[in-house]
Design a protein around this ligand. Structure first.
Ligand code: TEU
Length: 551
């Protein structure tokens, strides 16, 4: 297996809107990130991934880009970005940008031109179809509810938008579109950016016959109709050859519909496409019968199997990315841990998991202090377009809205987007103005300042786990084997290579659990635990992690 910097890196994801506001408008900004670089560096991370900071009307908080070469003025503009990039490099870290190439904003110049007439030179930058009578061209639905087509009155044709109406899908069949995207990648790479996280890259190649959806199984729609289209690998290889391969940059493709079968096609190094992908096999694991907002309990054997299967499937030619949360999902401690009595222990356990699996770990801002889900009392307090649209759709279809609000509390993307909790002062030290999204009321106790003051905080544990990963390359490259795949409470695995062997146990339950198959412990040293006084025994306390090193 080839050794590379991006395999050995720990990545910290920033959602700029919610990170740190220096201008007092309630919205985070780039100078706010610069102000916190000492903090980020102190974690021990190597790379910062910045969610979109380009010019955008913010219909989907930056995932609708109106100018790919301009940094949004709201975030501080180009000068602030240049300073950030310089300073990040000065700290010995790297900076990865988000690239949203499946769609643009409808306010992008390409689209405002394209709309003008059927023979506009930009018309073919997007996907236009005639309607069927007064109905859209087909029954494709948007990820964010409703039809995926919107009629444009100027020419009486419909354009495709897999996300909001303000995010028209680009037409990758058009070589000019592809070249535009490669030029954008080149533009930022020339400025010294160290890589790209490519938004919904699995969706860029469309089935050209736009077949009607079989709506009997909504769960399969993405995989069967939208993702992994016929030319996806041709495009990614072309992108790699034309631009990516010219730079020492990392790429991680985000991909609904990327699965065990097609995953290696994206990341097998011989194919020269992407370095890593984000699949969602563990992130849609708690979708219930009525979908995302009807969540069911996470089944541990299934959860573990996702990691084992992917590890097996990708190696040795591919490389995984390990994440348990991001700006699109609820908080990892609330979802996979216990955000009540065992918040501290379970957040540490999840940190240990994140940092001891094979694959590059991605830490989402705030998870390092154990930030939790939030439960706003009314839908009016939610901002996320996905949540708000899903609410309207549910209401129109007569669902039980009290139950739905519970689902929103558990699953809304806004859970991860409440402002970063820096200290116990008003607005959590995020801003001196009312923030764009309410702060989680637990900020008085859950905040960075408190965590920095405590020797056994979640934050401190993250730092220790990151440095442990740096100390032992076995934790990066070593083989992974699940020793108890069927166990309902424990996740037990070995990480092993010529240099070292680790035995790692996590108790995903509120009970004390003993692992009967534990090997003789005289050969093992207990290296680390999330409990202050931990014994080198085969019994684990609630949400306890034990990391043993074979002697
Ligand atoms: O997300 C794509 C994606 O898969 C999500 O829509 C996901 O299905 C959903 O959030 C789960 O609840 C990316 C970005 O990360 C997201 O923020 C954008 O809204 C979306 O693309 C459109 O650009």
């Amino acid at each position: 297996m080839k050794r590379t910097w991006w395999k050995e890196s720990v990545i910290y994801q920033i959602y700029p809107r919610s990170f740190n506001d220096t201008t007092g408008n309630g919205i985070g900004d780039i100078p706010g990130i610069i102000q916190k670089l000492d903090y980020i560096k102190s974690l021990g991370v190597d790379v910062i991934w910045l969610c979109p900071v380009y010019e955008s009307p913010n219909d989907d908080n930056g995932y609708d880009i109106s100018d790919y070469r301009k940094i949004s003025a709201e975030f501080g503009g180009q000068d602030a970005f240049n300073e950030l990039l310089d300073k990040v490099h000065g700290y010995g870290m790297k900076l990865v940008m988000d690239l949203v190439a499946n769609h643009s904003s409808d306010e992008h110049f390409w689209f405002t031109e394209a709309k003008k007439s059927k023979d506009n030179p930009y018309r073919d930058y997007y996907i236009w179809k005639d309607g069927k009578g007064d109905q859209p061209p087909n029954n494709w639905v948007s990820f964010f509810s409703g039809s995926a087509w919107k009629k444009d009155d100027t020419t009486n044709q419909y354009f495709l938008h897999l996300f909001t109406k303000k995010q028209p899908d680009l037409n990758w069949e058009n070589p000019k579109v592809r070249q535009e995207i490669y030029d954008i990648i080149e533009f930022w790479s020339e400025k010294g950016v160290d890589g790209f996280r490519m938004d919904v890259i699995s969706l860029i190649s469309k089935l050209q016959d736009f077949p009607p959806l079989d709506t009997s199984d909504y769960g399969e729609i993405i995989r069967s109709y939208y993702a992994n289209g016929p030319r996806i690998h041709e495009y990614l290889h072309e992108m790699n050859q034309k631009v990516l391969s010219k730079y020492d940059i990392m790429t991680v493709g985000e991909g609904p519909g990327i699965d065990l079968e097609n995953g290696p096609l994206y990341v097998n190094e011989d194919r020269e496409e992407l370095n890593m992908v984000f699949h969602f096999d563990h992130m849609f694991i708690d979708n219930g019968p009525l979908g995302k907002y009807d969540p069911v309990a996470v089944n541990l054997p299934r959860f573990k199997k996702v990691f084992s299967d992917w590890d097996k499937r990708l190696h040795p030619k591919g490389w995984g990315s390990i994440f348990l949360g991001n700006h699109d999902f609820s908080r990892m401690v609330s979802r996979f841990g216990n955000d009540g009595e065992y918040r501290t222990q379970s957040a540490k356990l999840l940190a240990a998991l994140l940092l001891t699996l094979r694959g590059t770990p991605y830490i989402y801002q705030g998870d390092e202090i154990g930030m939790t889900n939030v439960a706003f009392s009314t839908i009016d307090d939610y901002n996320d377009v996905e949540t708000v649209n899903a609410w309207k759709e549910a209401e129109a279809s007569g669902r039980d809205m009290k139950k739905f609000l519970n689902g929103v509390h558990r699953q809304s993307r806004d859970n991860a987007r409440t402002p970063m909790q820096w200290d116990a002062s008003a607005y959590a030290g995020f801003s001196d103005h009312k923030p764009w999204l309410q702060i989680n009321p637990n900020y008085k106790s859950v905040n960075v300042a408190a965590a920095e003051d405590s020797v056994d905080s979640i934050l401190q544990f993250y730092k220790e786990m990151i440095s442990l990963r740096k100390e032992y390359s076995t934790l990066v490259y070593g083989d992974f084997k699940d020793l108890a795949p069927e166990h309902l409470q424990l996740f037990v695995y070995v990480r092993k290579d010529e240099a070292a062997e680790f035995l790692i146990l996590h108790n995903f339950s509120e009970e004390e659990v003993t692992w009967p198959d534990m090997p003789k412990l005289d050969q093992y040293k207990l290296l680390k635990s999330n409990y202050a006084s931990a014994e080198a025994s085969k019994t684990l306390q609630p949400w306890q992690t034990k990391i043993f090193l074979k002697q």
